[in-house]
Ligand binder design. Structure first.
Ligand SMILES: Cc1cc2nc3c(=O)[nH]c(=O)nc-3n(C[C@H](O)[C@H](O)[C@H](O)COP(=O)(O)OP(=O)(O)OC[C@H]3O[C@@H](n4cnc5c(N)ncnc54)[C@H](O)[C@@H]3O)c2cc1C
Length: 627
């Protein structure tokens, strides 16, 4: 060996990309004992937030709590670097209550990078990966190569390249190859993947301008405060948390809309210069005005990006119009008349895979030991990325340990729903998680993510015995208290009837069980405390569960029945390499779709678009006959 060559290094797992997916994947694999290398184009971009410096939001808050319950990092890091926190949809049912926190972008990056640097068995490296190396069979992973030609041997690779792969930025008539935030793009890996036979598609997303604090007229803006009582993302966080900043609200107006309409021909999207598909649920301001022309105004949120910067983020104003148009339409907005752009808005196109080529473990069906996670799988959002990264990291480790890989079903979590949607239905535009994507959302609340998933996190080895014991103790406290209140009799009294009338429900004329009272919509477990003499000391979390489980008992029972039926079909396994043209009675479209997706169960087959109930019956009969 020439002495001018690096000695070849071996890793169990290599993660390509230190974004939100890559960080979770690498931490999980290393914490499960894998010697793991985490590559990124720039160490200064680890866990970067190129879009909204916020974590959580509708359904995304659920994902973050599920990541935490499974032993992931995002929730802990968010609790330590948040600026303002709120629970969204408080006025609606608990199924859609979602935590959202404004995050200090640089502090989050620093903390996640330090957490990675402090993790044993985890090696963070700045290098662009240009090739995945395969064994002779061209299908089994054996290593990676960097742009400098250095090769690293490994047994598993997780691709989480985000919006950098084939990154091309568009602002008006100008387009140039770049990653987000003016970082270097990754321009070489795509060819390697295509040559290996992987389907590569082109998606796009966009972000708004960042403006200088001194140029915002805050007196003209609505103020948005955080919650007084802050719920942490992490179940292991019992500290009292306080908000550090205020956010603001403004609105576009007819003048804003006119500026954009008058210049829409300068948009790279509306002029047809770029064709990549953008996120349906994060539309640019151009899209909003062109698609919802009846709306007189659109809301935008003005949010600080950190404690040590004067940069403010204009949420809801992503655009790819030329700079002069961006400034012109911003100056029409009350409070932003003199705004100074520090970073202009832009759109970015990037390469991603077709997630139907992945198994529910996030391993590619055609490549042994190759996994995909994050934006590369066709999703959009830090939370969606982190959730996939965690599962891919766990599964790469499980595979190398010869243990069963983790597949979360739709009734266990939003993470399971997300992955099942991706690998079974695919996505025609960047996939964003929504509570409406789950048929079990009353079961999949953010408040019970620990009860649903921490046992799994403990089983795979990411949740400590101590934490798991704390959960078991919490669950038994909940069960005991539900049992107790179902036996406590409340007699009619002046006091109780005064309380009941104060919350707008009927007074008592006869004795009633405490649990029956709690079931009344307006009555709260806390509100009944004065009338419940032997009430034990319980934490807020336990009280919340007692109230929710009693109030929604009926609906929860119905959903649990539906879950039972769903899991019956999930248990009906289908042969992985079945040729469905051999099964008589299946329709042509179903044969084509089943052969492409190769579902692992009748349950998964039933969710493939183009496979209808008649086809499912044919599969069930065939399985019965071929038992
Ligand atoms: C302009 C813009 C607007 C966005 N708008 C939204 C939005 O409105 N809503 C929303 O939910 N999300 C939005 N996002 C998406 C959000 O940023 C991503 O969903 C999230 O960051 C994805 O995380 P990830 O881990 O998959 O990838 P990223 O966070 O993009 O990280 C990718 C990592 O891979 C590394 N990398 C890439 N290729 C290589 C290589 N070949 N070798 C080594 N390292 C490599 C990079 O250095 C980086 O560390 C936006 C992103 C951008 C850029």
């Amino acid at each position: 060996m020439e002495n001018n060559e690096l000695e070849k290094e071996y890793f169990d797992v290599v993660v390509v990309g230190a974004g939100h997916a890559g960080c979770e994947a690498a931490l999980a694999a290393a914490r499960l004992g894998m010697k793991t290398a985490l590559f990124t184009i720039s160490l200064d971009g680890v866990a970067n937030m190129p879009c909204n410096p916020s974590i959580g939001g509708t359904a995304k808050g659920h994902l973050v709590r599920e990541i935490d319950a499974l032993g992931g990092e995002m929730g802990k890091a968010a609790d330590k670097t948040f600026l303002q926190s709120r629970i969204l949809n408080r006025g609606k049912g608990p199924a859609v209550h979602s935590l959202r926190a404004q995050i200090d972008r640089v502090a989050y990056h620093n903390l996640m990078k330090k957490t990675i640097e402090d993790t044993d068995g985890l090696f963070l490296k700045q290098a662009e990966i240009t090739d995945i190396l395969f064994e002779e069979d061209g299908k089994t992973v054996r290593g990676v190569r960097t742009m400098l030609g250095t090769e690293y041997d490994c047994k598993a690779v997780i691709i989480s390249t985000g919006t950098y792969l084939g990154g091309t930025v568009h602002v008006g008539a100008v387009s140039y190859q770049s990653g987000p935030d003016a970082t270097l793009p990754a321009l070489r890996l795509t060819d390697c993947l295509k040559n290996a036979g992987m389907t590569i598609r082109r998606f796009k997303t966009g972000t708004p301008a960042r403006v200088h604090k001194r140029s915002i007229d805050f007196d003209k803006l609505e103020v948005q405060y955080g919650d007084d009582e802050i719920t942490p993302f992490s179940f292991s966080n019992h500290e009292k948390l306080t908000n550090k900043v205020t956010c603001y609200i403004a609105y576009t107006n007819e003048e804003t809309h006119k500026v954009i309409r008058d210049n829409i021909h300068l948009s790279p999207i509306y002029s047809g210069r770029i064709h990549a598909i953008g996120p349906r649920y994060c539309p640019s301001i151009e899209d909003k005005i062109m698609r919802f022309s009846d709306k007189p105004r659109h809301q935008l949120f003005i949010e600080p990006m950190g404690l040590d910067t004067d940069e403010y983020y204009l949420q809801g104003m992503s655009s790819s119009l030329p700079e002069f148009v961006q400034l012109k339409f911003l100056h029409t907005i009350k409070g932003l008349e003199h705004v100074e752009i520090m970073r202009n808005a832009y759109a970015i196109e990037y390469d991603c895979c077709d997630p139907t080529e992945l198994a529910a473990t996030l391993e590619f069906k055609a490549f042994e030991g190759l996994y995909g996670a994050g934006q590369f799988n066709g999703t959009s959002g830090y939370e969606e990325a982190a959730a996939q990264g965690l599962v891919a990291g766990i599964n790469a480790a499980m595979k190398l340990k010869g243990r069963k890989q983790l597949v979360l079903d739709r009734a266990s979590s939003y993470i399971g729903t997300l992955i099942d949607d991706l690998v079974t239905k695919g996505c025609s535009d960047p996939y964003r998680m929504l509570t409406s994507r789950s048929e079990y959302r009353l079961l999949l609340r953010q408040d019970n993510a620990d009860i649903r998933l921490m046992p799994t996190g403990h089983e795979v080895g990411l949740v400590s015995d101590e934490q798991y014991e704390r959960l078991q103790d919490k669950v038994s406290q909940i069960d005991r208290e539900i049992e107790r209140v179902s036996k406590v009799n409340i007699a009619p009294s002046e006091g109780i009837n005064e309380y009941l009338q104060s919350v707008g429900t009927d007074p008592l004329s006869n004795g009633i069980k405490l649990s029956q009272l709690i079931r009344r919509p307006k009555v709260t477990y806390e509100g009944l405390a004065p009338f419940d003499k032997n009430r034990p000391e319980l934490s807020a979390e336990v009280k919340e569960q007692v109230e929710l489980q009693i109030k929604y008992e009926g609906y929860i029972k119905i959903q649990l029945e539906q879950v039972k039926d769903m899991r019956k079909l999930e248990k009906k396994a289908l042969p992985p390499n079945q040729d469905y043209s051999e099964i008589k009675g299946l329709r042509l479209e179903a044969i084509e779709k089943l052969n492409r997706i190769k579902p692992i169960s009748v349950g998964q087959a039933s969710r493939i678009s183009g496979v209808n109930p008649a086809d499912v019956s044919v599969l069930l009969i065939w399985l019965e006959q071929n038992k």
